[in-house]
Design a protein around this ligand. Structure first.
Ligand SMILES: *[C@@H]1O[C@H](CO)[C@@H](O)[C@H](O)[C@H]1NC(C)=O
Ligand SMILES: *[C@@H]1O[C@H](CO)[C@@H](O)[C@H](O)[C@H]1NC(C)=O
Ligand SMILES: *[C@@H]1O[C@H](CO)[C@@H](O)[C@H](O)[C@H]1NC(C)=O
Ligand SMILES: *[C@@H]1O[C@H](CO)[C@@H](O)[C@H](O)[C@H]1NC(C)=O
Ligand SMILES: *[C@@H]1O[C@H](CO)[C@@H](O)[C@H](O)[C@H]1NC(C)=O
Length: 406
């Protein structure tokens, strides 16, 4: 009985190998669909839906625009302009704006070193968003005595253990009043920050704590990242992104594929590493094919060896089966032979009580145990011609061998 049980693990192993070969490319496709990946909402702190043009760890660059990388630090999404980090407070894709606050002015009004508010004006535009610049002047020692600015505009900074007066004021009003400008020009340094217009209008009554709050409320910037293209893409049901091979090329990722503008319009050939992955697919296919052929080869080799041993035991049946083989020389005859065999499989008794002689007769009728090497090679060639035949051929050889061992 041991040889009868023996082929089962082998069959299982073959099934696993074939299943792996078949399922691997499918799994790969599902994993890398940019439409799905770029549609996943990635969260960082208070921003629970980071969308195009932004990307960060967990959201690949091709789901965004290469110049709009965010970093999520201690649950705060950050944009970096030059030397300064900006906290992203809000994004609004419908009007392509992001609200940011300077991270260095978040906790203190007196950061060191001092940097101006700068951003790449090709990528961002802060005009016409209801904002106005406010200037912060540092190190203003009262050389001229009395400050022309009210005490409410003054705040104190400790720089190198030295307390120094600082002032904030509307940037647009400073040069209008020469008393103020000639006073402020003596300060060590100054920076400007855009703040909400409505707050700036009320600056006359503002205090230091109001300024802190206004800085934490941030300011808006409108981004420029294929805005028109992205709107059209989204309207057609796609998700905006960029090519993974040429990052500055816009791609509209759709459920139906990659497109250059809108879903189902102009398809992007090899859009973002398409050629790479398709050549990888070809290599994968070849490797899979080689493995499949190798598996089939091993199966035949094992069967052959078993047959050899089986022939010794089954020599009385040799003549009869050879006659059948001669009759089944054509591939069509082989097919019918296989179907005969397949349909008769359930009729093989599996219990020990079955008549051994009856089984033996059946095995010799269908059995492949008397195939010679040459005959097997002929059979293998036929097998290669047609997949359907191949499966049947394998089964026939396998079960014939099995019966001989009984
Ligand atoms: C602004 O961004 C554009 C687009 O990436 C780039 O070409 C340009 O060099 C940037 N300008 C500065 C000053 O960094
Ligand atoms: C504070 O001291 C550092 C050196 O310790 C110096 O580089 C910096 O300029 C000083 N800052 C001011 C505002 O004087
Ligand atoms: C900030 O910019 C203004 C002009 O816009 C300039 O006068 C000032 O020196 C700059 N401040 C710093 C710290 O670079
Ligand atoms: C594809 O895009 C072009 C140019 O934007 C447009 O003229 C054409 O109507 C679009 N075709 C479809 C089927 O949407
Ligand atoms: C679509 O784009 C993704 C990412 O850029 C890429 O990996 C994939 O191969 C592309 N698909 C096709 C069919 O070009």
């Amino acid at each position: 009985m041991k040889p009868r049980l023996d082929p089962s693990p082998a069959l299982l192993a073959i099934t696993v190998v074939l299943a792996t070969i078949i399922s691997f490319p499918v799994a790969r496709c599902q994993e890398t669909s940019p439409y799905d990946i770029c549609g996943q909402s990635v969260q960082c702190g208070d921003i629970d839906k980071i969308e195009y043009p932004f990307w960060l760890s967990g959201r690949p660059q091709h789901c965004g625009h290469p110049d709009f990388q965010l970093s999520c630090r201690s649950d705060v999404p950050m944009l970096r302009f030059g030397p300064v980090d900006y906290r992203v407070l809000k994004t609004d894709s419908s009007i392509h704006t992001v609200t940011v606050a300077r991270n260095d002015l978040w906790e203190t009004l007196c950061p060191q070193p001092l940097y101006n508010t700068t951003y790449n004006t090709t990528l961002f535009n802060g005009n016409n968003l209801g904002q106005e610049d406010v200037s912060l002047y540092y190190g203003c020692q009262g050389i001229l005595g009395v400050s022309p600015l009210a005490a409410s505009f003054r705040f104190s900074c400790d720089v190198n253990q030295t307390q120094s007066d600082s002032y904030f004021y509307r940037t647009s009003l400073i040069n209008i009043d020469t008393t103020i400008s000639s006073f402020l020009v003596q300060c060590n340094s100054h920076i400007t920050v855009p703040l909400d217009q409505s707050w700036v209008n009320r600056i006359v009554t503002a205090t230091e704590s109001d300024l802190r709050q206004a800085l934490q409320d941030g300011f808006k910037l409108r981004w420029t990242a294929y805005n028109e293209e992205c709107d059209q893409c989204v309207r057609s049901g796609g998700r905006c992104g960029s090519s993974s091979t040429s990052p500055y090329q816009f791609v509209c990722y759709c459920a139906s594929g990659n497109f250059s503008a809108t879903c189902n319009n102009v398809s992007v050939e090899n859009g973002g590493g398409g050629s790479k992955s398709s050549s990888f697919g070809i290599v994968l296919g070849i490797v899979g094919g080689v493995i499949a052929v190798a598996v089939v080869g091993v199966v035949f080799f094992v069967c052959r060896r078993r047959k050899r041993r089986g022939i010794k035991a089954a020599s009385p049946a040799q003549t009869e089966t050879k006659a059948i083989l001669a009759a089944g020389g054509s591939s069509q005859a082989l097919t019918s032979d296989n179907s005969n065999f397949a349909s008769s499989i359930p009729s093989y008794p599996s219990s020990k009580t079955s008549e051994t002689s009856k089984e033996f007769v059946k095995s010799t009728y269908f059995g492949a145990q008397v195939f010679t090497y040459e005959e097997l090679e002929v059979a293998t060639d036929n097998f290669n011609d047609s997949k359907q035949l191949g499966d049947g051929g394998f089964g026939a050889v396998y079960y014939g061998n099995n019966l001989i061992y009984k």
